[in-house]
Design a protein around this ligand. Structure first.
Ligand code: PLP
Length: 964
């Protein structure tokens, strides 16, 4: 007997992760290849891909490392990050994520691998969690309606500005921004205003405001430097000018303070970060956005609303979706698609777990410590500038700000240096007596005696006057009172998670959204304090680990895409689009071609494309597609001719949103360049190209990548996401920079950059570790294999389904790329069955539906990704084929067109309480195709009435009596 001798690679466990990430076993891969008439994965390249897009140069990413080695390497990187006590404030505060939430939610794939809740019946858990978030925001701001999160506070303020433009009757082109807003908020608003042609005045709104004319004003409450001011007068002046008032507010302070609504604010925005979400060196966090009921249809982002299901029971869904870019395109209210669901859910749970009393305790403690700190500093002879504050004070230290801040760093404390004479100090939930003493120590003369904290606590008086304090109760809904013990909380989160279909239950075959594995090893570093404990404005010498990781990730992405530089700032694909288009505009301006303002976009494009183009100040011109779904070369030529002097860019998705590799990609690029335009590539479908093709070398000038699609960052139920952009060398100088952290764009030249597009310098920094780990473990060979397997899986599905459903578009040799569209239009005509019926019937089989009606109405777009095994894919195909059989029964007149198993889908347990009156068996209703007999997914609600929900928009938690 001999023991098997491992190969050298096996000795080091190299490539082990590749076979864990890729779903099909070698045997299954062979079977699927055989089904398609091939014997080797590499043959797919010749079969499916146009020869002229293939990369011929070797990649630098030759190495792979094992899962163990990645964790070790990340540990080394994290040691280079130094976590100081952060008292910088400016919108980011240390906080405590309750362990019960961390373990059962943040680290639970049932929550983080879920998709955006378009299929509401299989998303009731996270919809309830988001409704809690909205209720919390409504309670704390006092406003009438809130959305289910935006990307960050600064972009939320920019969204408020554009919403105000739509609503205000003022003809003024001016936005007035409070100089005491956070600097990153001012910068992002300025960037957005510039491209839309608005004028920005940054000034003091408490002096001479009536001498200005403006259509909207944005004020910070409390101010970035801590002062709490009465907003009545500002609101009064704004009213006279028909201007809308946006208040950027701190959520924790609102627990104690008079809410912005009480002053008459029109819009309230802010960050929910300090509700249990770590700073993470900038993100991801959920921003909130609240407004008046009358403005709800103009509101950006997603809103969760209450409707009813087919049994008349309460059921939740996303409301008013017709406002969204998917439908409204260049007339959309904003370009937001992916937002920050996971983080909003955490913040909502934080409020549920603490309840009103708990939050009051936390806010009260932070505020009391701030007063004690200030009183002590005053006793020690320092001048505290603020009169009325919540958690932030400014200390006047003539000419000594830098020196004292340096002393503070010696004591591992970061303070905010406002100018040479002023330091800012912001306290938070983690502040203790020791923090206060340590700060005093920094400010003290060497042998000074410290004040007695207990005595100060007893003697100092409240600095906030009564009329700025909150009088009304908050969080009165029972959900905020029920789950305060850890047992109850754990069970509540588990109960909600069970209602949803996420990747931990079955495949989510969403075309264009690439729902692949989010491996446990990739997620590990999210739990490391050295990654999530850093303030985004911490001095760079404390964040060397992050700097190293960014540099390595940028190198990897350049290598894979063929671009020369990357910006990690945009925190969603839509934001990458907007940023990339700004970069193109800036390039034209610098080249003396500032008149170029037309963006050509194919008819098949994702709705964010036209919406982003409008935000970037471009005029959208649609280019037609031909019968095969490809961009029509004739129409492109015609449009280029028509706009020959004004064409700024062609925005194109490759492979196309129709799931095929167009043959003419290079021709399209050459053509656009010949007319002086730039090519923007929407990289959402990059999973079909990684390791095979480098768009930066094919003629694309800019592309965004959705790292939450192609590079393994989980969807989180609708965010976080990140949309970094890659550019050619000629565009690198214009990539975003940041007003607080210098050096974000090292290529910045004398013409400046496009400005700032997100609150944090490197966007959602903490989740970049996920993509970094994914690429490191896969290496060039693994990534290429993943891409080929994704294409194989999609073509195998197309092959299996083709006899039952027409495949709408195919490319070379009848092959699709990494996704395929099945055409269901004929069913509607023949027997009234819609694509929605099919989507809902899939729920009875335990599956989440594919992408519905995008990019073509009444079709399903299926993308399996490389992570799904043949067994799972077969199970899914079997379900769709069985459903096709059920449709055939209706077509043949053997089943009723209205009263049938598709129209009644999904079938819930409630049917079991009634006499069975349906014309088919319980078995067919609940256990079709003998699926999941031992492990049935029971949808918690029946089909949801969308029309009812949009007519009666309710976006708060329904009273408990309404359940039953
Ligand atoms: C997902 C997607 C986008 C938008 O990306 P977000 O991260 O959701 O903002 C844009 N284009 C296409 C083709 C997409 O699939």
């Amino acid at each position: 007997m001999t023991t098997p001798r491992p190969t050298l690679n096996q000795l080091e466990m190299l490539g082990d992760f590749i076979r864990r990430h890729i779903g099909p076993s070698p045997e299954q891969t062979r079977e699927m290849l055989a089904e398609l008439g091939l014997s080797d994965l590499e043959q797919i390249i010749d079969q499916a891909l146009p020869a002229d897009i293939l990369n011929t140069e070797p990649l630098k990413l030759t190495e792979t490392i094992s899962e163990n080695a990645v964790i070790k390497h990340l540990r080394k990187i994290r040691e280079r990050n130094k976590v100081f006590t952060s008292l910088i404030g400016m919108g980011y505060y240390d906080t405590v994520m309750p362990a019960v939430i961390k373990r059962n939610m943040l680290e639970n794939p049932g929550w983080y691998t879920a998709y955006t809740p378009y299929q509401a019946e299989v998303s009731q858990g996270r919809l309830e969690a988001l409704l809690n978030f909205q209720q919390m925001v409504i309670d704390l701001t006092g406003m009438e309606i809130a959305n289910a999160s935006l990307l960050d506070e600064a972009t939320a303020a920019a969204e408020a500005m554009t919403m105000a433009r739509r609503l205000s009757r003022s003809t003024s082109p001016t936005v007035f921004v409070d100089q005491d807003c956070h600097p990153q908020t001012i910068a992002v608003v300025q960037t957005r205003a510039r491209s839309l042609g608005y004028r920005v005045i940054v000034g003091d709104p408490y002096q001479g405001l009536d001498t200005h004319d403006f259509f909207t004003i944005i004020v910070q409450y409390p101010g970035s430097q801590g002062e709490i001011r009465d907003l009545h007068e500002i609101v009064g002046i704004a009213r006279q000018k028909s201007a809308l008032v946006t208040v950027a507010a701190d959520l924790l302070s609102l627990v104690l303070l008079k809410p912005p609504a009480a002053f008459g604010a029109d819009i309230v925005v802010g960050s929910a970060q300090r509700f249990g979400v770590p700073m993470g060196y900038g993100g991801p966090h959920a921003a909130f956005f609240a407004t008046k009921d009358e403005y709800k249809r103009s509101m950006p982002g997603r809103i969760i609303g209450v409707s009813k299901d087919s049994h008349g029971q309460i059921a939740l869904r996303m409301a008013l979706q017709t406002r969204e870019q998917h439908i409204r395109r260049d007339k959309a209210t904003s370009n937001i698609c992916t937002s920050q669901v996971l983080l909003a859910v955490i913040a909502g749970f934080y409020a549920v777990y603490h309840g009103a009393d708990g939050l009051r305790m936390i806010a009260g403690r932070v505020h009391r410590y701030a007063q004690i700190l200030a009183a002590g500093l005053t006793l020690m002879g320092h001048e505290v500038v603020n009169r009325c504050y919540f958690d932030t004070i400014v200390v006047r230290v003539p000419n000594r700000a830098k020196r004292i801040a340096a002393q503070a760093m010696e004591a591992t404390i970061n303070l905010r240096v406002i100018d040479p004479d002023h330091l800012g100090i912001s306290l938070d939930e983690t502040t203790t007596r020791n923090t206060i003493r340590a700060v005093w120590q920094v400010f003290a003369a060497p042998a000074a005696e410290f004040p007695d904290i207990n005595r100060l606590h007893k003697t100092i008086e409240e600095c906030i006057p009564d009329d700025l304090l909150r009088a009304d109760p908050i969080l009165r809904h029972p959900v905020f009172a029920r789950y305060h013990s850890e047992t109850e909380m754990m069970r509540y989160m588990r109960r909600l998670a069970r209602r949803d279909i996420a990747l931990d239950r079955s495949m989510i075959p969403l075309g264009s959204c690439t729902m692949k594995l989010n491996a446990a090893t990739e997620m590990q570093s999210l739990s490391y304090h050295e990654f999530n404990g850093l303030h985004p404005f911490a001095p760079l010498y404390q964040t060397l680990g992050y700097q190293q990781m960014f540099a390595e990730l940028e190198d990897m992405l350049c290598d894979l895409t063929g671009f020369d530089a990357f910006s990690l700032q945009p925190n969603a694909g839509s934001q990458g689009e907007y940023t990339g288009l700004l970069v193109i505009r800036k390039y034209h301006e610098v080249s003396g071609q500032g008149q170029r303002n037309v963006c050509l976009i194919p008819a098949s494009a994702h709705g964010t494309n036209p919406a982003s183009a409008v935000l970037a100040g471009l005029k959208v011109v649609v280019v037609a597609c031909d019968d095969n779904g490809n961009v029509s070369l004739d129409d492109l030529k015609a449009k280029l001719d028509e706009h020959r002097d004004t064409v700024a860019a062609l925005m194109i998705t490759y492979p196309s949103t129709h799931g095929v590799f167009e043959e003419a990609f290079r021709t399209l690029c050459d053509l656009v360049h010949a007319y002086g335009g730039q090519v923007y590539l929407d990289g959402a479908n990059f999973n079909a190209l990684v390791g095979l093709s480098r768009p930066g070398r094919l003629g694309a000038d800019v592309a965004h990548l959705n790292l939450h699609k192609t590079f393994s960052i989980p969807h989180g139920g609708g965010g976080p996401g990140v949309g970094p952009i890659g550019v050619g060398a000629h565009l690198a100088p214009y990539l975003p920079d940041h007003p607080v952290v210098k050096g974000v764009n090292p290529n910045k030249g004398r013409y400046g950059t496009v400005g700032t597009v997100a609150a944090a310098p490197w966007g959602s920094a903490s989740i970049y570790t996920i993509s970094w780990a994914y690429i490191a473990m896969m290496g060039a060979a693994g990534l290429k294999k993943a891409t080929l397997t994704a294409i194989l899986n999609a073509n195998y599905i197309a092959k299996r389904l083709a006899p039952h459903y027409p495949i709408l578009y195919t490319g070379k040799n009848g092959w699709v790329a990494h996704e395929c569209i099945i055409d269901c239009r004929a069913f509607k005509h023949a027997c009234g069955i819609t694509v929605e019926d099919i989507a809902k019937r899939l729920i009875d089989f335990g599956f989440h539906a594919p992408t519905v009606s995008f990019p073509v109405p009444e079709t399903l777009m299926i993308e399996p990704t490389e992570s799904e095994s043949k067994a799972e894919i077969d199970r899914f195909c079997d379900a769709l084929i069985a459903i096709r059989g059920e449709i055939a029964e209706i077509e043949a007149g053997r089943a009723d067109p209205e009263n049938n198993v598709l129209k009644h889908a999904p079938h819930t347990h409630r049917l079991l309480f009634e006499d069975w009156a349906l014309p088919y068996s319980r078995q067919q209703a609940f256990f079709p195709g003998n699926h999941q007999q031992d492990d049935k997914y029971w949808p918690p609600v029946g089909r949801i009435d969308n029309v009812y929900g949009d007519r009666h928009v309710v976006c708060t938690c329904p009273p408990m009596e309404d359940y039953q």
